[in-house]
Design a protein around this ligand. Sequence first.
Ligand code: XMP
Length: 516
Amino acid sequence: MDTQTVVILDFGSQYTQLIARRTREQNVFSVVLPCTAPLSEIQAHKPIGIILSGGPSSVYDADAPAADPRILEQGVPVLGICYGLQFIVHNLGGKVRSAPKREYGHAEVSIEHAASQLFAELPAGLQVWMSHGDEALELPAGFRRIAASANALAGIENAERRIWAVQFHPEVHHTPLGPQLIKNFLFSICGARGDWTPAHFVETTVAAIRQKVGSGHVICGLSGGVDSSVAAMLVHKAIGSQLTCIFVNNGVLRKNEFQSVQKNLRDKLGLNIVAVNASARFLEKLAGVTDPEVKRKRIGQEFIAVFEDEAHRISEQTGGVDWLVQGTLYPDVIESSSVKGPSQTIKSHHNVGGLPERMKLKLIEPLRDLFKDEVRRIGRDMGMPEELLSRQPFPGPGLAVRILGEVTPERVELLQEADEIVVSEVKAAGLYTEIWQSFAVLLPVMSVGVMGDQRTYAYTAAIRAVNSEDGMTADWAQLPYELMKRISNRIVNEVRGINRVVYDITSKPPGTIEWE
Ligand code: XMP
C-alpha cells in the first residue's frame, strides 16, 4: 500500500521539525519542505494534508517568506500554525496587524465552536503555547473564528475549503493536549490511516532497496554506531550476501569495541563484515601530532585510504561494487535543503565524504527520512541488540579527540580503561540512556598525588557528561555525587597512570561537547 504523506512547509520556525515528529508519532509519515518549494514538488508527494509552520517574520515584512498560494486551492486539507495562520489570512483577503499586546508563553484559549473537527475531544478551555507578535484582524470571506485567547484570535476554519489554522503551537509540549489536535487534523480531517509503523517502514524500504540494487554489489562503512548499523541491517535484509560491510579499527576505538561490534553484527545478526585492524597505520599517522584539526584530518584521510583499499579488494572479488550505503539522517537532509547563511566550521567532522564521487559509487541512504529515535525504533523492530541501539554518540575520530596532546598507544590504553569505568558506572546508575553523552578525557596535565605511602606523578582525567537534544547545544549533567565518587575512586585506583579526576562544568555554547 502507498505511504500516506503529510507535507510540512517550513516558514522558518524553530519548531518545524517537531511538527514532523508529532505527525510521525501518530504513525503518519511527513516530510518537511522549504516554504518556497514549487507546487509541483509538493504535489509529487501526493499529500493527504499540508501543514504550514510558524516563523519569525511578519507577513508584511519585505522579505516575508511565502509559499505558492495555490496550495490553498488544491482541496487538500491545510493546517496553518502561527505564521501559517497569518499567511492564510493575508493571502485570502483578510487582514493581519501587529498586535497591540504581544503574546509569548503559556495562555488559555477558549474554544468557541466545539463542533469544529479540529477540536474534537478537547476541553473548552485549552492550555496552549503562544509565540507571536502579529494577529489576524479581519478574516477572509467564508472563514469563522473557532477559538480565542484573552487578547486575540486563536483559531479559524473554512471547513468547506478544507482550511484550518491556529495561532498557538500544538506541536510543543507546553501545549499538553496538542497531540490530540494534530491527531484530529490527521485522522478526522485528512483521513490518515496511521499505518506508517516500523514494520511498514522496514517492509517498504527493504523492497525499494531490493528493486534499486538488482544484482549489484553494495559496500557499507560500519562505525559501530546506531545509524550505520541500522542502515546496514536494512540493506542486509534486502540483499543479504550482496552487501559487504567494512569495519575499520582506527586504533582509537573504545575498549573491546572492535570485537563487540563484530560479535553483535556478524555473529548475532549475520552481516557480512570485513574487519580491518588498521590500528598501527593510524597511530603512525598520529605520532607527534597535537593540533586538533590536524588529528581530525589525518584520521579522516587515513580512513578513506583504508576504506578504498578494502573496497577495491571487494570489487575484485565480486566483479565490481556499484553502491555505497550511508547512514544520513533526516535532520541533515532538512539542513542541507533549507536556505541558511554560511556557518563557520568549528570542527571538521569526518565521514566518507568524497568517496562516492571518486569511486563512482551510487548512494543508498535508507535512513534519510528518519529522525534518530525513529532509527532506534526501526532497529528494535528488526531485533537488533539494545546495547547497540541505545549507544551514546561517539565521534568518528574516536578517542583521538579526547586525548589532548599527542595520541600514543599508551595514552589510548589509559583512556580506554578510564572510559570503560565511566560508561559502566553510568550504566550501573541507570543513567546511560538519560544522558546524551558521558565519557572521560585524558589531559596532558601531570600532578602529584599520594597512594599508600608512595608519591605519584601522573595524568589527569576529566569527566564530561552532558544533556542535549541534538548535540547542537548542551548542558553539563548534574551527576549524583555518589556516582562521581565511584567513578573517581575507580579510575584513580584501577588505572595506573591517572592520579587525578576533575569534572567539566562547561555548557555548549560556549564550550563544545568534545574537547577537541
Ligand atoms: P561538539 O564537540 O562539536 O560535538 O560539541 C557535537 C556532537 O558531535 C559529535 N562529534 C562527532 N561525530 N564525527 C562524528 O560522527 C565527528 O568528527 C565528531 N565530532 C564531534 C560529538 O560526540 C557530539 O555528540
